[in-house]
Design a protein around this ligand. Structure first.
Ligand SMILES: *Cc1c(COP(=O)(O)O)cnc(C)c1O
Length: 433
């Protein structure tokens, strides 16, 4: 295999990729097609995808039923504006979502990306507090080690060190950060984790519109799983101080951690929830912000008597149609046991790395398997090694992780686990030479 054959000169010269330099860009390998769990590269190499294309292609690629849903909708219409118009695609997805969502969350705002869903959630919380007469409740609290997207307000609630705060510091709103819970998912719960929240609310609660966090898994900043009792306790504190709870289920929603929503582990229902990624199974960009009737009613009963947001591509019919089919497919299967099987295999296979000299921690929950190393990984160095093992993985910082499509076979999953183990070891030996 020659890496050069997988690159494209035009791409290198003209196209930005996520978080990359245009002068000396990291590799971007050319994909010709994709089906099932396979990414087929332009030189004929097939890779088992361990990333679900940044966690969204939960049903893999070229899925006959998703393709069909999309082409059927395409015959009717690709898009119409949502201002003053509506359509079955949005309505049917809404009905389907209500089958998934906790009963009290029954108002849905469709958007085209997770970051925008976050912006919408923050705006909802603020309009709610203004409507309640809490004019000072305009700021937000969150955890360190969080990730909520790349737009300005989303950035402001990302981890202040690992996030993009430094470069944009002068324009980012200053938020309240509580240290990420020390109690891991499987540990005993350390109630001191909540003390920091109480202290903050006691001191600054009158300025805080909402607490926003990723439930159970802090993903793109840390790949950490924290204790459900933190979430439970947080909700009680939020209620006490009239602070809304926003749970960002964009990465965790629709079974990624083994439950429909990660909040289910704590048996809590937030006031506002954001969803995305697995929602449209990686086909067409789609996310949503859902809220309780109380939040929607309060906002709507007060000046300006409307929730002030309305994107051009709101409720895109193609996206809604494919999401409806994805949610139907999840529903037809016993997703909890499918995810448990993935969790068992990953736990069984990856635990061998616990005592490796390069490895700090190994953790698995649901369909997420993580090897945390002592040092940061150079992606450009490690990617060709994964390709040699015929898998696609995308480590960041010091995290080699997989979030495979749920349709992955046991064989493919074992191939991924083997590649994670062997490449981690090869990389370590290469670096320590
Ligand atoms: C990916 C992600 C986002 C941002 O979604 P985009 O669609 O990339 O804008 C927000 N929150 C969480 C938890 C995410 O994982």
């Amino acid at each position: 295999m020659n890496i050069e054959n997988l690159l494209d000169a035009f791409d290198i010269k003209h196209l930005f990729h996520p978080y990359t330099n245009t002068i000396k860009p990291n590799y971007a390998f050319k994909v010709e097609s994709a089906d099932g769990c396979n990414l087929n590269l332009c030189d004929g190499t097939s890779l088992v995808d361990g990333t679900s294309s940044w966690w969204c292609a939960a049903l893999g690629y070229n899925h006959p039923r998703l393709n069909q849903a999309l082409t059927t909708q395409l015959q009717k219409m690709a898009h119409v504006m949502f201002g003053g118009l509506t359509h079955d695609s949005a309505i049917n997805l809404g009905k389907k979502l209500l089958e998934y969502l906790p009963k009290s969350l029954d108002k849905i705002f469709y958007v085209e990306s997770g970051s925008v869903a976050i912006e919408v959630a923050l705006k909802m919380a603020m309009q709610y507090q203004i409507a309640k007469g809490h004019a000072n409740k305009t700021n937000f609290a969150t955890l360190t080690l969080g990730y909520h997207g790349d737009t300005f307000n989303a950035m402001s609630i990302c981890d202040p060190i690992g996030g993009m705060h430094t470069i944009f510091k002068s324009v980012l709103p200053i938020r309240y950060f509580v240290p990420s819970p020390t109690s891991c998912f499987e540990d005993n719960f350390n109630t001191q984790d909540l003390d920091k929240v109480s202290e903050l609310f006691e001191k600054e609660g009158t300025n805080i519109a909402a607490f926003i966090l990723e439930p159970i898994m802090q993903g793109a900043s840390a790949m950490r799983f924290y204790h459900p009792l933190f979430l439970k306790g947080l909700q009680e504190l939020c209620k006490k101080y009239d602070i809304l709870l926003i749970v960002d289920e964009i990465a965790t929603g629709f079974y990624r951690l083994g439950k429909k929503f990660a909040s289910d582990y704590a048996q809590i229902v937030p006031d506002i929830m954001t969803i995305g990624k697995g929602l449209s199974a990686g086909y067409i960009p789609l996310a949503a912000c859902v809220c309780s009737d109380d939040v929607a009613f309060t906002i709507s009963s007060h000046k300006p008597y409307a929730f002030m947001h309305g994107p051009t591509y709101m409720a895109n019919p193609l996206a809604c149609a494919v999401a409806h089919e994805a949610l139907t497919i999840y529903q037809e299967q016993d997703m909890e046991s499918i995810i448990l099987n993935i969790q068992n295999i990953l736990t069984d296979r990856l635990s061998i790395m616990k005592n490796h000299p390069f490895v700090k921690d190994v953790r698995v929950l649901g369909a997420v398997g993580v090897i945390e190393t002592h040092d940061n990984i150079n992606v450009n160095l490690i990617e060709p090694m994964f390709i040699k093992h015929k898998v696609w993985l995308r480590p960041f910082a010091n995290l080699i992780y997989t979030m495979p499509p749920f349709i992955i076979s046991n064989n493919e999953l074992n191939q991924l686990a083997t590649a994670m183990i062997e490449v981690c070891d090869e990389y370590y030996h290469k670096m320590s030479k």
